[in-house]
Design a binder for this molecule. Structure first.
Ligand SMILES: Nc1nc2c(c(=O)[nH]1)N[C@H]1C(S)=C(S)[C@@H](COP(=O)(O)O)O[C@H]1N2
Ligand SMILES: [Mo]
Length: 449
């Protein structure tokens, strides 16, 4: 009781119309919702505010006494499993981490499909996406330029579709910061848990075909992209993000300029009407709302290309170390990783029935050669059945059947090994300043009754 705000308890505030009130008189709205005025600096975006509103009413709570102390972007634990208050248009069951920019991850059990459906692909925005009504697919153009481009050209969407051969690949896209929430000391940035990964089928044209049509000079070493999103400041001279890949990665068969995801338009939040997809690398290289590709004679120097963005120390460092930028390298192919997508963690299972579990595993530019599962905290492992990928750079489906020796609490751990023998670590791997590349084993809780 000592932690409760006396004034705020049991009064059952009327939250009807509070959105309007917030627009008119935030201080009065705060008093109504929280029983007192809160620090304006802690009233972050609309979404957070409305999530607090939704929480108060969903829980029948009269107030959130310490609402002003909630870290920005934190999703209240009481609502973490409910999607309703945070629903993003066209997305289903994603956990919203942040509203400005919008970032949302997919809980592991909602990634169970072999091919990630459009409504389940995570969203990672660095800036403000273009509005749907500002996108005219009839006039949208893609420009190819840069100092290592022989004949800079601009294509309409129709020209791209008409001129180049179409290709479809299932491609695995994982944010470089997926798993960041587990690093200690914590790294700033979105506190992704497991769900900033997806593997939909993309259709488009090869980056290679388009670049070759414009002529790639022999000194080309990199490409860079520019998208139609805005910097958070809305300063038109700044890019939200402008990254790229070495020319060899761009010229691979599977590197696409895509307009479709699972045979539909790419969802707006995932880059409609056109995006770059370079599977197996940090998601940040796969530019959304694609407007321009530059062929560069040096490592692309766009926004978030230079360390510490999307870079890790060249050598292992003790947690918390300050690392000079010169000692950091840009992340390329992502490390081996896996997820248990069925069952959902926390399940109660009958002792006398085997438990069928399954998930996916992926390994950046490589393939996965083995997946092992353990029910005894890693003391012994059982080999899972592992399928071949649909194509290079697609994740691989795995499954196993577990038998439990007696009733009680178990954790099921899954561990993948790539074709070069690298295994996922069972604990969080090398700490790095920005919290990238956490490929620790996924574990789920199972109560055997
Ligand atoms: N134009 C643009 N492209 C972008 C981003 C962005 O903010 N703007 N975010 C990048 C990052 S960091 C990731 S992880 C992926 C995420 O793709 P998704 O939002 O479709 O899941 O898009 C990348 N492409
Ligand atoms: Mo990312």
């Amino acid at each position: 009781m000592s932690h409760k705000n006396k004034d705020a308890v049991g009064q059952g505030p009327d939250t009807r119309g509070i959105h309007e009130l917030y627009a008119e008189d935030p201080a009065e709205a705060d008093r109504k919702l929280w029983g007192r005025q809160v620090d304006p600096a802690s009233r972050r975006g609309f979404l957070k505010r409305s999530s607090l509103l939704a929480m108060a009413s969903a829980l029948g709570a009269s107030a959130i006494p310490f609402g002003d102390k909630m870290p920005g972007g934190l999703i209240p634990a009481a609502l973490a499993n409910t999607t309703e208050p945070f629903a993003l248009a066209g997305k289903d069951g994603l956990r919203v981490l942040n509203d400005r920019p919008i970032n949302a991850e997919t809980p592991a059990h909602l990634l169970d499909d072999r091919v990630t459906p459009n409504n389940r692909m995570f969203v990672r925005n660095n800036g403000l996406p273009p509005e749907m009504n500002a996108i005219d697919t009839a006039t949208w153009t893609l420009e190819i330029a840069g100092e290592s481009c022989e004949n800079p050209m601009t294509f309409t969407l129709a020209e791209l579709k008409e001129r180049f051969k179409h290709h479809t690949y299932q491609l695995q896209v994982e944010c470089g910061g997926n798993g960041r929430s587990e690093f200690v000391p914590s790294a700033s940035g979105n506190q992704w848990t497991l769900g900033a990964v997806a593997c939909p089928r993309f259709t488009g044209v090869r980056v290679r075909d388009v670049l070759e049509a414009c002529g790639v000079k022999s000194d080309a070493v990199y490409i860079g992209y520019y998208g139609a999103d805005q910097h958070l400041s809305r300063d038109p001279s700044k890019e939200a993000i402008s990254r790229g890949v070495p020319i060899e990665k761009a010229m691979e068969d599977e590197s696409l300029i895509a307009w479709a995801m699972n045979d539909e338009d790419i969802p707006l939040l995932n880059g409609h009407p056109l995006r770059l997809v370079c599977g197996g690398w940090p998601g940040s290289v796969s530019g959304k709302w694609l407007k321009k590709i530059v062929i560069r004679n040096q490592v692309h120097d766009g926004a978030k290309m230079s360390p510490p963005s999307y870079a890790v120390p060249k050598y292992p460092v003790a947690p918390g170390t300050e690392v000079p930028k010169a000692d950091m390298k840009i992340i390329g192919s992502m490390p081996v990783k896996s997820l248990v997508t069925f069952p959902k963690s926390g399940l109660t299972h009958a002792l006398d029935v085997p438990l069928a579990i399954r998930g996916h595993a992926w390994a950046g530019d490589l393939a996965v050669s083995e997946v092992h599962v353990s029910i005894d905290f890693g003391a012994t492992w059982q080999k899972a059945t592992l399928e071949a990928p649909a194509n290079r750079l697609a994740w691989q489906h795995w499954s196993a059947e577990l038998r439990f020796p007696e009733k009680g609490y178990y954790e099921v751990w899954a561990r993948a090994v790539d074709t070069e023998g690298h295994s996922q670590p069972m604990v969080v791997p090398g700490w790095n300043p920005r919290g990238y590349l956490n490929n620790a084993c996924h574990r789920i809780a199972v109560q055997v009754a």
